[in-house]
Write a protein that binds this ligand. Structure first.
Ligand code: MAN
Length: 355
């Protein structure tokens, strides 16, 4: 895998805040697509309140009843039971010792960035999509874009987040100007939904990643749908391993890419210390949940300073790839605050897969 260029291609300083009282903490996990003669990234932009007082914490939250962004004030003196050790969230310990997320430290919306060469991007001044309805009070995260060939429509999946949980939702667009919201596809807690570019056996296909609470681990599952709204026929695809780089959680990355040998799927996996790497697997064209081959080791790991250090360090996380002339351009979020690109030929990935 080649990092090209060897630096982030979009950073927080390149993005104008959505409100003048917010600051941009990061621009990272992005869907990627070629649209007309341009490369488009639909980026997750995370923002927090610019002004903070020492004794209290201001958190931006979307109020759907007034359709406005508000601030919630959390008084630090009342927060002895809270845990601030994870930069992404504020957790509260329950009597059973389990930490529950009480707030996120930022709220994310989705912003387009456009480029003629896939490396130099201009970020739009305004959000392409921002919060809508009760299920997006805490934001919209980790968008993926897939072109639905038969419908000539772009399908966007993302995570809607609120105090009710994190759940995947779906949008459609033909022009990246107007969007049709199809709403939630799976109930919480679930993330990392990718949709296949074409129907298989007459149905839309998705990978999704439920997070079981009492029994089980955060694994990749497959579901199908006649209409992108009703999802069923859930089947287990791939689980975390007992040890090593994928023993914490795994989830889909970019939407699967069609190759003659099978669906090529770039996914992410984190170990128990939340170090996120990328993995690769090939699945059967007619049975896309059936793994033919898989890379035993990560195909990409956080190694550069800008991947190991940042808002949340030791993270490389992808939501989108573009296949260009036999090469896969992998756009990835580095340390949850910037966007970078790496490239690898399809052949080089295939060489790393084994049955
Ligand atoms: C979450 C994901 C991403 C994020 C990683 C690393 O689980 O949904 O939003 O990049 O963790 O923080």
């Amino acid at each position: 895998m080649i990092r090209e260029p060897e630096y982030p291609i979009i950073e927080a300083k390149d993005v104008k805040p959505s409100h003048d009282w917010l600051k941009v903490d990061g621009v990272f996990n992005c869907g990627a697509v070629k649209y007309k003669d341009k490369y488009l990234l639909l980026c997750r932009v995370a923002e927090s309140c610019r002004e903070q007082k020492e004794e209290e914490l201001q958190i931006p939250v979307y109020d759907e009843l007034e359709d406005a962004l508000k601030t919630v004030t959390v008084h630090k003196a009342e927060m002895e039971a809270y845990d601030f050790s994870d930069s992404r969230m504020i957790c509260k310990r329950t009597p059973s010792g389990i930490a529950k997320i009480k707030y996120l430290t930022s709220i994310s919306h989705l912003r387009l960035a456009r480029s003629s060469d896939g490396i130099h991007f201009a970020v739009d001044e305004k959000p392409a999509l921002s919060w809508n309805g009760r299920y997006e009070r805490w934001g919209m995260e980790d968008p993926r874009i897939v072109y639905l060939e038969e419908e000539a429509t772009y399908c966007i999946t993302y995570t809607a987040v609120s105090e009710l949980g994190a759940m995947p939702a779906i949008l459609l667009t033909k022009d990246f100007e107007s969007y049709e919201r199809l709403g939630a596809a799976f109930p919480p807690e679930n993330k990392d939904v990718v949709i296949f570019p074409r129907k298989i056996s007459g149905s839309y296909q998705a990978f999704h990643r439920p997070v079981p609470f009492e029994i089980g681990t955060p694994d990749i599952w497959q579901a199908d749908s006649p209409d992108l709204i009703h999802w069923g026929n859930h089947r287990h695809v791939c689980g975390v391993s007992e040890d090593g780089w994928e023993n914490g959680r795994i989830g889909s990355g970019a939407p699967p890419v069609y190759t003659d040998a099978g669906w090529l799927h770039i996914y992410h996996a984190a170990d128990k210390n939340s170090r996120y790497c990328l993995g690769a697997m090939l699945t059967e064209l007619q049975e896309p949940g059936k793994i033919i081959k898989k890379a035993k080791l990560p195909i990409f790991e956080p190694e550069k300073d800008y991947e190991t250090n940042g808002f949340f360090g030791k993270v490389v996380f992808t939501c989108g790839c573009i296949l260009e002339g036999g090469e896969l351009w992998i756009y990835y979020g580095a340390a949850d605050d910037k966007i970078c690109r790496a490239r690898i030929t399809l052949q080089e990935i295939m060489d790393q897969l084994s049955a």
